[in-house]
Unconditional design. Structure first.
Length: 556
RNA sequence: CGGGGUGUAGCUCAGCCUGGUUAGAGCGCCCGUUUUGGGGGCGGGAGGCCGUCGGUUCGAAUCCGACCACCCCGACCA
């Protein structure tokens, strides 16, 4: 395949858009791969679409290899289907109506639709099934950001499995995990699978695929010894032990006027911040005020507390705090609070300083179990300095992009939609499902984040828009065109820069676009029948006879 | 939704505070020229509802108000 730059719609930019922060955002826009239409809404220009399609093809091949069947489900979806599963109230759903007022949604995933169709499965003989499609997803994200990193419309490959039972689901799940490993490997993307937050909606086992990146929305926590990896929201780092002061037989009140922060408290009392406790009152969805208690040097991880409580939580307001504790924030503690207390595991042993629930007063020597009866759970946010829960090694924290997510949903959708089959024993049973998502656009962005230099993108060959970028300089036009045709005839995707222009700008564009191999043909080539080749990752040309270019390409 | 910021040429930005010729620069684009291998030089040219609406004023890119859009931080993210 041969493309001529002189005819391509390839608007490259010398300057990055002023409002771009993420490297992938800057380089993909500068390189003419993508353009913004509106907040979180992007067009893939011809070059960007080529990369996207190459990623899509890799995903397709690996899905087919595990027995997946490609299909296509619509974007326009009747709202009733979503009302039956209780998902139509999710704030990210786009709603619309037709001219008669019939309501539709633009789906963020296709569980409802696929389960609707899966109702045609009648017998265990038709199971298992793996069905997938590449389709546009819409999500009314409150805050899109970072180019392709977080968008309101994108193409996702979503696959769905249906099985007779949990054992079957487990097999389908492992098949997908294997396929995902191969997909990322073939794309040349470094990815870490992690145990993910299962989410509010029926998730059991789930794996998130996090690509370490200069920008991103997730934080990947890994052990320096490679035996632990988790998303920050569920990571279970081991905090350093506190330096405890002398033990007390009972809590002792101390007047702490105008001391409302942990640092001020620790300084005032001359104790380790880790030997204090921090009270974080939250409100659950049914309006209960719950006290989350973590060590003074820790932060509350709300996602963990929500998981422990089985309810979404929000921070309590000052008025709610005064009503429930009879004191101002800064002096709150577990003793004397009538509501439920969830204490972090790190507070199980030892005596801590806590608020006295009287404004301006604290208690020393407060001991869980003896002085108050909390429920214990891991609710602290892991942080730098924590030790690995497996080997005690140091934990690393990296920003990352979530490029894929697979999970088991069991009968979460088959039950409300009444999708059943008749099993071998003659009994009608619910289909057991799993869903498996992967975002080609995010893979593309993550690749740029991981593989670039100061001059532009360095695409892995498997997903590069073209294998070779032929730079035709003045005097070498004819030979450049001939070389390009020859490479194309051998099956390479070739971009021929046949524009009228100077060498410098052509080289700069070639670096920016990041094709794996560059071939420079100038007027010297007319005399010596040789060209300069270099791989994008290298910074030196090699001069080789034109007749050797195909061989060189095959070796690089 | 809370906080902060920005809207002037295709892109990056001056000008606004202190209102007043025809609104500027660099890059890009078009024409010409230059022996043209890392965004070169010279000459000429095209390109603007100064985000929108309203107000103040003899006069508004500039001052005031509302709205819209976009970006960043946070909340949110089955």
């Amino acid at each position: 395949m041969l493309a001529r730059a002189s005819q391509l719609f390839l608007p490259t930019l010398r300057d990055a858009p002023a409002d771009a922060e993420a490297v992938s955002h800057k380089l993909l826009v500068r390189g003419g791969f993508i353009r913004q239409l509106s907040a979180g809404v992007w067009t893939f220009l011809p070059l960007g679409w080529r990369v996207h399609q190459k990623i899509v093809q890799i995903i397709r091949e690996e899905m087919d290899a595990i027995g997946g069947q490609e299909m296509l489900m619509p974007v326009l979806t009747p709202a009733e289907l979503w009302e039956q599963t209780g998902r139509s109230d999710i704030p990210e759903i786009f709603h619309l109506e037709d001219r008669t007022g019939r309501r539709f949604v633009l789906p963020m995933t296709h569980e409802e639709t696929i389960t609707f169709h899966a109702k045609e499965i009648q017998s265990y003989r038709q199971l298992p099934q793996i069905l997938y499609h590449f389709a546009v997803k819409n999500r009314d994200e409150p805050r899109p950001r970072g180019g392709l990193l977080r968008v309101r419309e994108f193409i996702m490959k979503d696959a769905y499995s249906f099985d007779r039972d949990d054992e079957g689901l487990d097999i389908s799940f492992r098949k997908h995990a294997g396929a995902y490993d191969r997909i990322f490997e073939r794309c040349g993307l470094e990815v870490q699978p992690v145990q993910a937050e299962s989410g509010m909606m029926g998730g059991k086992e789930s794996i998130d695929y996090l690509a370490p990146s200069g920008s991103g929305e997730n934080t990947l926590v890994t052990c320096e010894h490679g035996d632990y990896a988790a998303d920050l929201e569920v990571a279970h780092g081991i905090p350093r032990p506190p330096e405890f002061p002398a033990q007390l037989a009972a809590p002792a009140e101390i007047h702490t006027p105008d001391v409302t922060t942990i640092d001020a408290l620790a300084a005032f009392l001359g104790v380790d911040t880790a030997a204090t406790s921090k009270a974080m009152p939250v409100v659950t969805s049914d309006g209960t005020v719950v006290l989350g208690l973590v060590r003074g040097d820790d932060r509350l991880e709300e996602a963990k507390l929500a998981a422990a409580l089985g309810s979404a939580v929000r921070p309590a307001t000052v008025d709610e705090i005064r009503a429930a504790f009879g004191a101002d924030p800064g002096s709150l503690g577990p003793i004397g609070f009538a509501g439920p207390v969830v204490a972090d595991e790190s507070l199980r042993e030892g005596q801590f300083v806590a608020g006295a629930n009287t404004t301006g007063w604290h208690l020393r020597g407060v001991e869980a179990g003896r002085d108050f009866a909390p429920r214990f759970a891991d609710i602290r946010e892991s942080k730098d300095g924590d030790a690995c829960p497996n080997c005690g090694g140091r934990l690393r924290f990296q920003t990352a992009i979530e490029v894929g997510h697979i999970f088991k949903f069991g009968s979460r959708y088959s039950e409300p939609l009444d999708a059943t089959f008749v099993d071998e024993d003659g009994q009608e049973k619910l289909l057991i499902g799993g869903s498996y998502g992967i975002g080609p656009g995010r893979i593309m962005a993550a690749l740029v984040e991981q593989r670039h230099d100061e001059n532009g993108i360095v695409w892995p060959a498997a997903v590069a828009p073209y294998h070779a970028h032929i730079v035709g300089l003045a005097g070498g036009e004819e030979i450049a065109a001939g070389t390009a045709s020859e490479l194309a005839a051998y099956g390479f995707d070739v971009l021929l820069d046949d524009r009228v222009g100077r060498a410098g700008e052509k080289f700069a564009d070639a670096d920016l676009l990041g094709c794996p191999v560059r071939v420079t043909v100038g007027k010297k080539s007319v005399e010596d029948n040789a060209v300069d080749v270099r791989s994008r990752a290298a910074d030196e040309d090699t001069r080789i006879p034109i007749t050797d270019v195909v061989t060189w390409m095959e070796e690089h």
